[in-house]
Design a protein around this ligand. Sequence first.
Ligand code: SAH
Length: 394
Amino acid sequence: MAYKKVYLKPGKEESLKRFHPWVFSGAIHHIEGEPEEGEIVDVYTSKKEFIACGHFQIGSIAVRVLTFRQKEIDHDFWKHRLEVAYDLRRSLGLAGNPINNTYRLVHGEGDNLPGLIIDVYDHTAVMQAHSAGMHVYRMEIAEALSEVMGDVVQNIYYKSETTLPFKADLEPENGFIKGGSPENIAMEYGLKFHVDWLKGQKTGFFVDQRENRHLLERYSKGRNVLNMFCYTGGFSFYAMRGGANLVHSVDSSAKAIDLTNMNVELNFPGDSRHQAYAEDAFKYLDRMGDQYDLIILDPPAFAKHKDALRNALRGYTKLNAKAFEKIKPGGILFTFSCSQVVDKMNFRNAVFTAAAQSGRSVRILHQLTQPGDHPVNIYHPEGEYLKGLVLYVE
Ligand code: SAH
């Protein structure tokens, strides 16, 4: 099958030669034919040599590369990419693990499938398109997914209403592509939780914090824990299993607090160590006392774009300063940033500034990042987004 052709300006093939999977609109000289949003196109250099094949889209990223080989994007293509992704999750000990049925199966560029996210919760896969191309090909992908996963995936829920480029002329609808089971209890390292894939944030759960929550469990024994920005309580139930003395979960969303209470109840019925508060983070941090000796700060992305970077860094400093001010001596702070535009050093500097303001002795125990089921394609460093520090505060 011949795809429409995109020709680059002279010299604009350099990043593609290094396997970076995006073609920016400014690199394009001309396009033969008029590809529709989400259509597959072949990309050629100015010397008319084939260099890549991918999904076309109107916008600053004009082509998201699916392959650097000239081939047809057919059923076997999707199936092979998904098989490779599934094999990796098995190698990581996540898929096929009797105490864990929650993992990210496809992490966009990190799995050589730019624009596609698939999270698995027990027998349900939640699929999310961030590009027009993945939306257009959703049925082919779902079919390949069913073949690759067999009985493991009995439901496929498509959830792209809020993630698709709003400029594209598409009308995505959330809904089941396969199955439709309302069963929504999943398990992460032996802990159970409700996933609200219909209305919840992202695909319903923040799968990316799994290993960091697991690490927190080790530090929880006998501690008074504050889980700030708790969402559905992920860090809280790990802290409880780790033997925390008390756990307070805070989030500004009342819905999130309801889910947190449900999840804690699911794992630790009637356990009075846990309390949850629907409240703004800064207000809570201002009014709280100094009883906590383990604090988690996992805020939403403070910067979604580069222009917002300076303000975001100030935000991280302000937030962390409150924790340094109040945390008990010998306390441990788990602090995170999931803003892609804030890099590791920027984030560390923002936390450093906050520590210096408090004048306390602070040591870095761990430098955390996203887990192996959110892999970073080495040719696409933009895929790295989650950063965390575990700090010991004297
Ligand atoms: N730690 C969570 C994920 C956090 S996501 C987990 O492990 O699952 C960020 C959360 O911050 C969201 O639930 C959002 O509702 C909450 N949030 C956003 N702004 C807030 C604010 N000003 N105060 C408190 N919570 C806020």
